[in-house]
Design a protein around this ligand. Structure first.
Ligand code: ADP
Length: 264
């Protein structure tokens, strides 16, 4: 008997999103399979970050459907509209549950500046999962070990380099054991000599876990090695997608060719 085909862990179905009069996404659809490593590439302003922020429920959508792990992320509100006119998560409890499935790492780290490294990592598991301090610290030390930062557990963020801060931010996002990790230009604010240490952590994560990973990046070499599938965006639409070898060595679309010529 054949095993049933796996269901996508992320299903994006005809979503639209405008900021004021500016339509960033217009009927975008895409699926992501469990464990898939995806790179989202394309010119600035093409909507890549907005997609990650929508998945993280940091932005709402105007229409369409998103299912994460089989559950609807947004619902049509009963009162006919959210503050900004978009769809909303069904309830705080629903939002809370959905957010535990997804971790996000931002361009600018966003660590809590007045908390030590280990407290940055233990805070969410203690607050949202009811973990004891001891449990949360044991897990935090494993994660710090994984990102090569175990010796900085008691340091404060201000004492760390940008690359170290970003590795802590990755450990913090992993602390809730999310099924999906979103990475938004995580190396673009770093000095060039610090980029590789962060990419190494992400390589390790991709190799050693079955976490589904979506990455917005301008590091084309990294996207090539890391991704199972590359999606090229322009003006809020997927212009072309495929295996990294196809997109980078043999792009079919003129817009993809033009973008890659400029950036590589
Ligand atoms: P990318 O990640 O591809 O560079 P973004 O998703 O960041 O693109 O942005 C897409 C477009 O949406 C840009 O023109 C940006 O200025 C606009 N935009 C993004 N967020 C907001 C916001 N909160 N308010 C108004 N405009 C926004």
């Amino acid at each position: 008997m054949n095993a049933p085909a796996p269901e996508p862990i992320i299903e994006i179905d005809s979503i639209s999103k405008s900021f004021g009069d500016f339509q960033v996404l217009d009927g975008l659809s895409m699926n992501v399979m469990p464990g898939e490593k995806l790179a989202l590439i394309g010119p600035s302003g093409s909507g890549k970050t907005t997609i990650l922020r929508i998945l993280m429920t940091l932005e709402s959508i105007d229409s369409g459907h998103i299912r994460i792990d089989g559950e609807e992320l947004y619902h049509m509100p009963k009162n006919g509209g959210a503050k900004d006119g978009g769809l909303v998560p069904a309830s705080e409890a629903h939002l809370h549950r959905m957010r535990q499935k997804i971790g996000m790492v931002f361009q600018l780290f966003n660590l809590f500046p007045h908390k030590s490294v280990i407290d940055n990592i233990t805070l969410a598991p203690m607050l949202t999962k009811g973990a004891s301090r001891a449990e949360a610290e044991t897990r935090a030390m494993e994660l710090l070990d994984m990102v090569g930062m175990a010796d900085k557990a008691r340091a404060m963020p201000a004492q760390l380099s940008g690359g170290q801060k970003q590795r802590i931010a990755i450990a913090r996002a992993l602390a809730l054991s999310p099924k999906i990790m979103l990475f938004d230009e995580v190396t673009s604010a770093l000095d060039p000599e610090l980029v590789e240490e962060v990419l190494n952590v992400m390589r390790k994560l991709a190799q050693e876990t079955d976490t589904t990973m979506l990455l917005v990046t301008h590091e084309m070499g990294f996207a090539h090695d890391f991704a199972d599938r590359v999606l090229f965006f322009d003006a809020g639409k997927i212009v072309e997608e495929g295996a990294p070898e196809d997109i980078f060595s043999n792009p079919r679309e003129e817009r993809t060719q033009g973008f890659l010529k400029k950036i590589i």
